[in-house]
Design a protein around this ligand. Structure first.
Ligand SMILES: [Zn+2]
Length: 293
């Protein structure tokens, strides 16, 4: 499985209206499962560490309910096994359930066989708990890029319909700047990859799909960029965030590197109100609804 990066087959998305609906996504994981803290809180300590995911995800669900918004939740298999009622609530409230892999191992740490085992197992766990079919997958830390495109083949073979695992930017931890900015297939008939939203200035792509950048930039700048994608590119945006970002009361991880802590804790206090503005300023929906995947 040695896939060449080029040529991409661009999948064009039919747009229903002048102002496209954007896709809202949530990666459901604990505050201590992020890559930034992986050396500080290792997997064998996860079960003994204070859990916040039910509280923080409930806060997200309440926010969406207040705005009448539905979204796609990419859930770790590890979380689903420990919090099945949370998974059922996500589905009961009209949201799409999708996979974030089992325990946040990044794709480049797997062999193809190990990856197949991870995504099959997670899909099975989520489907057994929820009773719905899981069609979407998002790689932990956007860890699919030009070096492991075989992962897209494995996802298709294990019954996934779309992936949202590539970030077409240059970044120290992830990214595939040469990838298309909008939904594409590696080859005809392959799985649909729906990249996180970027905005293009000159030759470079800049992140405008959420995460730490959404907390770092002034809200007005972020809104201007997403509008530019909707109006000038004529494409839906794809936004992502994590439940721990709306949980300023989470325990502080002290012994992680300074840069990791800066990124993780920046502006957590204002995240909830920023999201309220974002939900009010744009129209939002589930991945399968927005992209027809
Ligand atoms: Zn994640």
């Amino acid at each position: 499985m040695d896939l060449a990066v080029q040529p991409f087959v661009l999948e064009s998305i039919p747009l229903a209206a002048d102002t496209p609906k954007n896709a809202l996504t949530v990666d459901v994981e604990e505050y201590f499962q992020v890559a930034a803290f992986e050396r500080t809180i290792q997997r064998d300590r996860w079960d003994a560490t204070e859990s916040r995911v039910e509280f923080s995800t409930a806060r997200v669900l309440d926010l969406f309910a207040a705005h009448g918004t539905t979204a796609t939740f990419f859930v770790l298999g590890w979380i689903a096994e420990r919090h099945p009622a949370l998974v059922r609530r996500i589905v009961a409230e009209g949201h799409e359930l999708a996979s974030h892999g089992y325990d946040h191992t990044r794709v480049h740490q797997f062999t193809p066989e190990q990856f197949r085992e991870d995504v099959s197992r997670t899909k099975g766990i989520l489907e057994d708990i929820s009773g719905v079919t899981v069609r979407g997958y998002r790689a932990p830390s956007y860890s699919i890029n030009g070096r492991n495109l075989w992962a897209l083949e494995v996802l298709a073979e294990t019954g996934h319909v779309y992936s949202s695992s590539i970030y077409p930017i240059r970044h120290d931890l992830y990214g595939m700047p040469e990838a298309p900015r909008f939904p594409f297939r590696i080859r005809p008939g392959e799985i649909l990859e729906i990249p996180v939203t970027t905005v293009k200035f000159g030759r470079n792509n800049y992140p405008c799909g959420g995460g730490g950048y959404f907390r770092l930039l002034p809200y007005g700048a972020f809104r201007w960029m997403l509008r530019r994608v909707n109006e000038q590119d004529g494409q839906p945006g794809l936004f992502y965030f994590h439940p721990w970002e709306v949980d300023p009361g989470q325990p502080r991880v002290q012994d992680a590197p300074l840069r990791s802590r800066f990124r993780h804790y920046l502006n957590l206090d204002s995240m909830h109100s920023r999201l309220e503005r974002l939900l009010a300023d744009f129209e939002w929906g589930r991945m399968d609804e927005v992209f027809g995947a």
